[in-house]
Write a protein that binds this ligand. Structure first.
Ligand code: ZN
Ligand code: ZN
Ligand code: ZN
Ligand code: ZN
Length: 269
């Protein structure tokens, strides 16, 4: 095949020897076709050589374990808190190596974009009291009644924080994992640590905590840019994780449901 193609194309690359050969031009149409055919065959052959798409099926415990591994790696390598790691991983589709690349290339940009500000203004806690910008109650600035994001100096009373966090969990879906400071234009990140600590003070805070934890789980799938998919079978909570290879494949879930990897993404749970 190879010799056949190359000999035929080299023939067309020379001016044809016709009677009016002096003015003869290469046969461009045939050259184009030979090149097209060559390219097509090369592509076809490389498709045959490409490894097929592979997957594993994950249960909730597997996902939690994978997430924990990702977070632990990010925390130790980048020297950031678990709360920051969640925000960073979500931003990079839970792809640790992509996150490291971005971070080491443009840490400041990433921090600014996500509100993980490095220069947090010093707050004078000796002032004694302050007025919460949301409820306008006077609070004890140094006490347990006030709190701010780790990345800015805007203090609110705990009751207002709890309401703010709870509303986000009810309305923002997975977006509650990227909550920002309520101060207009601030944009500082509000991490898992603050969210969980203010929910402790709230009536039915445990329900919100459980929802938040569920969103963290969902983020691993829904923020993965299609690398992971929920099994489309109704009531099945397993996740298909495509771990390598190319093309499409037939997936067989642990629940015995079978589907095609190329089917439209199931996002509504
Ligand atoms: Zn308040
Ligand atoms: Zn702020
Ligand atoms: Zn399933
Ligand atoms: Zn399909």
């Amino acid at each position: 095949m190879d010799s056949c193609c190359s000999s035929s194309s080299s023939r067309y690359l020379h001016p044809s020897r016709s009677l009016d050969g002096w003015f003869a031009q290469p046969d461009y149409d045939n050259i184009k076709f030979a090149e097209y055919l060559n390219g097509f065959m090369r592509e076809y052959q490389s498709t045959l050589l490409q490894p097929k798409l592979r997957y594993t099926v994950l249960k909730e415990a597997d996902i939690r374990e994978h997430q924990l591994q990702c977070m632990t790696e990010v925390c130790s390598k980048l020297c950031v808190s678990r709360s920051s790691a969640i925000i960073l991983l979500r931003h990079c589709n839970w792809n640790v190596s992509m996150l490291f690349d971005k971070w080491f290339e443009e840490e400041d940009d990433v921090r600014n974009k996500l509100g993980l500000f490095r220069k947090v203004p010093l707050v004078d806690r000796s002032a004694g009291s302050f007025t919460c910008e949301i409820c306008f109650e006077t609070c004890d600035a140094g006490g347990d009644l006030s709190i701010s994001s780790n990345f800015c100096g805007h203090f609110y009373c705990i009751a207002c924080w709890a309401t703010y966090v709870s509303e986000s969990i009810s309305n923002d879906g997975v977006g509650c994992l990227s909550l920002k400071c309520p101060h207009p234009g601030c944009g500082a990140a509000v991490g898992e640590d603050l969210i969980l600590s203010v929910l402790v003070t709230k009536l039915n805070g445990d329900a919100d905590k459980a929802k938040h934890s569920q969103y963290l789980l969902r983020s691993y799938v829904e923020d993965s840019k299609g690398k992971r998919k929920w099994c489309p079978s109704p009531g099945c909570d397993y996740v298909v994780d495509f771990v390598g290879g190319y093309g499409t494949c037939d997936v067989s879930c642990l629940c015995s449901y079978r589907f095609c990897s190329n089917c439209p993404e199931v996002t509504v749970r």
